[in-house]
Design a protein around this ligand. Structure first.
Ligand code: ZN
Length: 686
């Protein structure tokens, strides 16, 4: 006999030595005569010795887990004893083994080695402990035995399943039946395992890795685990938890995921213990932001391993809600519901929405706000046309339609954003008292609003339930139908999920509002909120903000302008350079209410649109109507008009006033009227 097989997938020296020892033990027990047996002899001598004793030559295959110590030795021992009972000798060289790995089946060198051995052309006895050792999939196990073993003239003995191919009539049926039973057994085993995990978690014991934000607390009094380790329970890791909260706030306020990840790495944030790359990846960062456990909701059985015959590996399938065991542990909460669902909503939008700023230098407020500016000329009621960065170093912004826009004009981003910030601050100063009064007064009226809120809450809860049902129903159907049907079903599930995130966010808000409705807000509180807005805008406009505050300033800017500033480009008569006005509806009151976690007031005054110069007209254009007023209407001399304007804070002399007067008539397109010397005034003596 000649077996030309590799060492890979073979037993190795240590196990080979053990195999001989086991055989000697088994031979004694089974009454096999060991005279002349040489444990050190080469393969062909041992085979010759066994054949002379009337023994058959066997081979075997083991699949073991490195996690369980002695697993391979125990299996080997059992196989060799079973073989000896049937008068079969298994030389160490004919032992094949694979380490069982989780998930997708990797190349199984041991099994390949076994195939090579079975092609040797002689007759062997394959001794197996269980059919399921050969293949996870029973059909494949049957195929292997029929085609590779029996058809090649070998005999197979599966001793734990009581199968022997020497029984030519029965073995096929036995192998197939055993396969079916194994499959059923594995399914019920998975359920048992899940039930076991749930039981452990009910005691608050650690079940599997916790993920980022949690650590293990050792329970010295609890019984040891099956692997002989100390029992632990999950608890919040305060350092990681603080970092996580910070990142949730940043993302909620509009930070890009790329920037968030960069900061996570820079801060040396922890990574998932299951990570294979050893560092936080974009996917892992996103997963962290979506991890429901951070709200104290721990689930078991959301995903289930299901064996896929066609792909030959276990797939993770999402399970309907009723299959999932849920626990709510407030003491494991790191992020509050409102923050969590606000971030989920943003993640949802990010799937489609605009990308964040380019990485590199520290972003300024005006690097992050371009998407809030829209072209008034190109936008319609149906569709807004936004601005994009343009020009050298992207310092400007212009209508997305660029050359097709009839009002194309590049606006300096920095100047425009500063102007808007200044306008907002002016509004804050101006409306401070009014806003305070409205908020305080409406609180008194709102005492009766709780009922409406309860109604809303109930409706949202109903909606949430029906969406969950819908998702479950759709999930049940997802495996059926053609590729196209499946894709459609998945799209529907995505849509329903997305809506559910929305509902969750509203629910969290409503619950919090209800919780806070007993608290009353004073004028001072409102003042404080407004001060904070003003401070963020001042610093944001000056470019003074650090990396952290910039996103809070961004949130304030976006909220106060409603994220929509219409840009009007106005030609200037007889000049090439245009004026640019921005127009938006300030939402001061609304945002103050949001910030104070108060519901929107039903009879709040609708704010008027405000206008702001995004590109200031030159001083002469700006002053022209005023000069016209002073000279033509009030009849002042150029010198008197200059003095008046100086009093109003403009640095102009009479010569400039004369130029501005000329510009006025140029702007309105009329000839300048003839006026008497010194506009008819007698000259004052100097
Ligand atoms: Zn346009």
């Amino acid at each position: 006999m000649n077996f030309l097989v590799t060492d890979a997938g073979g037993p190795g020296e240590e196990l080979a030595r053990k195999a001989i020892e086991y055989f000697q033990d088994a031979a004694l027990k089974e009454g096999i005569d060991l005279t002349d047996f040489d444990p050190e002899a080469p393969l062909h001598q041992q085979i010759a010795w066994a054949e002379a004793r009337g023994l058959s030559i066997g081979c075997t295959y083991l699949r073991f887990s490195t996690k369980i110590q002695h697993s391979s030795e125990d299996q080997l021992r059992e196989n060799i004893f079973a073989a000896a009972r049937l008068k079969v000798f298994i030389p160490p060289h004919l032992i094949c083994l694979d380490e069982a790995k989780k998930g997708r089946s990797t190349r199984r060198v041991g099994l390949s080695r076994l195939k090579a051995i079975l092609q040797c052309g002689c007759s062997l006895v394959l001794v197996l402990f269980k059919l399921s050792r050969l293949h996870r999939n029973s059909y494949k196990g049957y195929e292997f035995i029929a085609e590779r073993v029996v058809e090649n003239g070998h005999r197979v003995i599966i001793f734990n399943d009581g199968i022997d191919s020497i029984d030519k009539r029965a073995w096929k049926a036995q192998v197939q039946l055993r396969g079916i039973l194994d499959d059923m057994y594995v399914d019920s085993l998975i359920d048992h395992v899940k039930a076991g995990l749930v039981g452990l978690f009910e005691k608050r014991w650690t079940v599997g890795p916790h993920g980022i934000g949690y650590r293990s607390k050792i329970l010295p009094d609890a019984p040891l685990t099956n692997l002989g380790k100390q029992r632990t329970m999950p608890e919040i890791d305060p350092v990681a938890a603080k970092l996580i909260r910070q990142h949730f706030e940043w993302i909620r306020d509009g930070m890009s995921l790329g920037e968030g990840l960069r900061r996570w790495l820079a801060a040396g944030g922890p990574i998932d213990p299951r990570s294979t790359t050893g560092r936080m990846t974009p996917t892992a960062y996103r997963r962290l932001l979506g991890n429901l456990r951070l709200t104290g909701r721990w689930e078991f059985g959301r995903k289930k391993s299901v064996w896929s015959s066609s792909k030959d590996y276990a797939e993770q399938q999402e399970q309907p809600d009723e299959e999932v065991s849920k626990f709510h542990c407030e003491d494991l909460r790191i992020v509050d519901d409102e923050l969590f669902f606000a971030v989920q909503k943003r993640l949802d939008e990010l799937k489609l929405g605009p990308r964040g700023p380019k990485k590199g230098k520290t972003a300024q407020l005006w690097d992050l706000t371009t998407e809030f500016f829209f072209c008034a000329a190109c936008s319609t009621d149906q569709e807004l046309v936004r601005f994009h960065q343009t020009g050298a170093h992207g310092r400007g912004m212009q209508c997305k339609r660029a050359d097709f826009c009839r009002c194309k004009s590049a606006v300096r981003r920095e100047e425009a954003v500063r102007a808007v910030c200044e306008k907002l601050q002016e509004l804050i100063r101006q409306d401070r008292k009014l806003i305070g009064e409205i908020v305080v007064r409406s609180q008194e009226l709102d005492a009766r609003g709780d009922e409406g809120l309860l109604d809303e809450l109930k409706q949202l809860e109903n909606r949430e339930r029906s969406l969950t049902r819908r998702i479950d129903d759709l999930s049940d159907l997802v495996g059926e139908g053609s590729e196209e049907d499946r894709a459609e079903m998945k799209a529907k599930i995505r849509a329903a999920r997305s809506e559910r995130v929305d509902v969750h966010e509203k629910l969290a808000r409503a619950r919090k509002t209800l919780e806070r409705s007993s608290r009353t807000l004073t004028l001072d509180d409102v003042g404080q909120i407004l001060d904070e807005f003003a401070a963020l805008l001042t610093d944001g406009a000056s470019g003074r903000l650090g990396e952290d505050a910039i996103y809070r300033a961004l949130a304030v800017f976006r909220d106060l302008t409603g994220g929509c500033i219409m840009v009007h480009v106005e030609p200037r008569p007889a000049r090439k350079q245009t004026n640019v006005r921005g127009q938006f509806q300030p939402r001061l009151l609304r945002v103050v209410r949001d910030k104070a976690e108060l519901p929107p007031g039903s009879d709040d005054p609708v704010p008027e649109e405000v206008e702001v110069w995004l590109r200031e007209p030159p001083l002469r254009d700006l002053l022209a109507p005023r000069v016209h007023q002073l000279i033509d209407v009030e009849g002042m001399s150029f010198r008197a008009a200059a003095k008046q304007l100086q009093k109003e804070g403009y640095q102009v002399n009479s010569g400039v006033v004369w130029q501005i007067y000329e510009r006025y008539y140029e702007m309105i397109g009329q000839p300048k009227p003839k006026r008497p010397y010194n506009n008819g005034n007698s000259r004052e003596s100097a």
